[in-house]
Design a protein around this ligand. Sequence first.
Ligand code: MG
Length: 382
Amino acid sequence: MKNVVILGSTGSIGKSTLDVIRNLKHKYKVVALSANSQWELLSKQVNEFKPESVSIADERCVDLLRNSLSGNSVQILTGENSVREMVSKENVDIVLSAIVGGAGLPAAIEVIKSRKTLALANKEALVMAGGLIMPMAKENGVNIIPVDSEHSAVLQALRAGRREEVKKIIITASGGPFRNHPKEKLSEVTKEEALNHPTWNMGKKITIDSATLMNKALEVIEAKWLFDLDATQIEVVIHPESIIHSLVEFCDGSVIAQMGLPDMKVPIQFALTYPDRENGNAKLLDLATLGTLNFQKPDMDKFPALRLGYEVVEKGGTMGATFNAANEVAVQAFLDNKIKFTDITKAVEHVMKEHNFIKDPTLQDIMDADEYARKETKICLS
Ligand code: MG
């Protein structure tokens, strides 16, 4: 039996992880769950999966959760140290972190310090502090297994050769809902249009990130840290059907792709079972029915976010934290109907230019850059 902690269990990835574990319950047990504020769903999950402990970040929800679980012996935690308390327990094997945004960074660090396998869906932690997290993971003997479908695909394709035989990776992008939208009309698109993703059904933040291509920019940065690549070794190709999840090109010209219908349960399950595989219950790919797969070069002029992502990969340092924090604030402003769609990327670019860049930052420098970028973005958007 492997014991799993799920951080962010009420979000889209968290719920899919529980689906995967429901199917693998002979081998995987949920020992702890955490959520931000959705106490009703969390309470249902506790009743079904019977974890030993559960935590809720929003203190206003603690009593509601406690009352809904009266008679249940589960330990209810809240406050700053609750994640540490849950992940550091001796019986924990794997922690799947599906926290959204920069809030996931402290949790990722706790998991690494506790020397547990980290299945990471929270790409923002790597974007902000990959330069600190990766060496820390190595020192502690911790495996970081990506849950992001593209990075899971790369991890799987990399197994076809030796590391020194890898020439580059090719990350696929659906292109989002505005792939064929005229550039000059992008400033007029609505929140509803941006939230209508053509192939993936995901949480709000990542869906807006997919529409701006910020998500792909974040993924290019994530790939740099996870697989130790430079900007010239990471290519992005638009692939509207989202069937090929990413590819690896080897030195002899062979290109290995990982494919499947777009379903997050597949990369989630692989992160839990890595390096092995288990029977899954995802719908199977039927290539003849699909017929055609399409590919295009990304338009960095229309979607400048991707260009900014490459700038972050080249500069490193505090640029990732700045980029990520500015984007989080701008996405929220767009979701609150306060700014135009195209203002998101403009604000991020402005804040990246203004910030006081540090090449070899400490964790404190990164947190400071994050705080500065949040403030500066709010000012520039108000
Ligand atoms: Mg992805």
